[in-house]
Design a protein around this ligand. Structure first.
Ligand code: FES
Length: 240
């Protein structure tokens, strides 16, 4: 009889509690599984697929897969790392992620996970989509170029702020973030800079106005240690 419920992650024993996903238990045990759309404050979403692991030979997203006894989970096989790199490369070419000019550079989860997985180039041909900037709100700017469709702002606005300011529209490659307001502009919506939705973007798509490039290179969130040590952007917000 076992003292607690456990599974193995790359050979290490990971205890879990009832209701845990593989991601929940791994995070609690201090084991990093790369992820973008997951934020422990919100219900699992399972859309980015960066957190995919291999469980008893089958690929599943660790943020949605319930933990159960005696699972053998692989997190760092070369096949998984290569697959994550490809997903990240597709995200980079699908938007306009101009890291050297982005004020979120050095504190961006997409960039940090790309470094972590050893992504050295975009590999695919850039789409260079034309996406307008929304600077209509007095306190917040939205750069749709950087949106990775994680729906964290959608979930935060709906589930925490009770406002439904954000939604995804269309399908497939045409999927894009929209603002729920008469004009479609943020400044015309109920959004406030104090909303939870203003503070959950893992990239530089939703940014506060009146500040920028505040931390010099060398002092940014992921300058000294990788995301596997430092943790998510949202979890470090108060330190930023
Ligand atoms: Fe699990 Fe995005 S973090 S699918």
């Amino acid at each position: 009889m076992k003292d607690s419920d456990t599974f193995t992650l790359d050979g290490k024993t990971i205890p879990f509690q009832p209701g845990d996903t593989i991601m929940d238990a791994a995070m609690r045990a201090g084991e990093y599984i790369p992820h973008l759309c997951h934020n422990p404050e919100f219900a699992p979403h399972g859309s980015c697929r960066v957190c995919v692991v291999e469980v008893n030979g089958r690929q599943v997203s660790s943020c949605t897969q319930p933990a159960s006894n005696d699972l053998e989970v692989k997190n760092n096989s070369e096949e998984l790392v290569q697959m994550r790199r490809s997903i990240l490369q597709m995200l980079f070419v699908e938007g306009n992620h101009v890291c050297p000019g982005c004020e979120k550079s050095g504190a961006c989860q997409l960039q940090a996970v790309a470094y972590y997985t050893g992504m050295l180039s975009p590999h695919f041909t850039h789409f260079f989509p034309r996406r307008p900037l929304d600077a209509s709100h007095p306190d917040t700017v939205i750069d749709f170029d950087r949106c990775i469709l994680c729906e964290l702002c959608v979930r935060a606005s709906r589930d925490v702020d009770g406002k439904n300011v954000f939604a995804l529209d269309d399908r497939g490659i045409k999927t894009h973030l929209v603002i729920n307001s008469p004009s479609g502009k943020l400044g015309d919506s109920e959004f406030a800079v104090t909303d939870k939705a203003a503070h959950v973007c893992p990239v530089g798509a939703i940014l506060p106005k009146h500040q920028g490039y505040e931390k010099p290179i060398g002092e940014r969130l992921y300058d000294k240690q990788p995301i596997s040590v430092v943790g998510d952007v949202a979890a470090n917000e108060d330190k930023e």
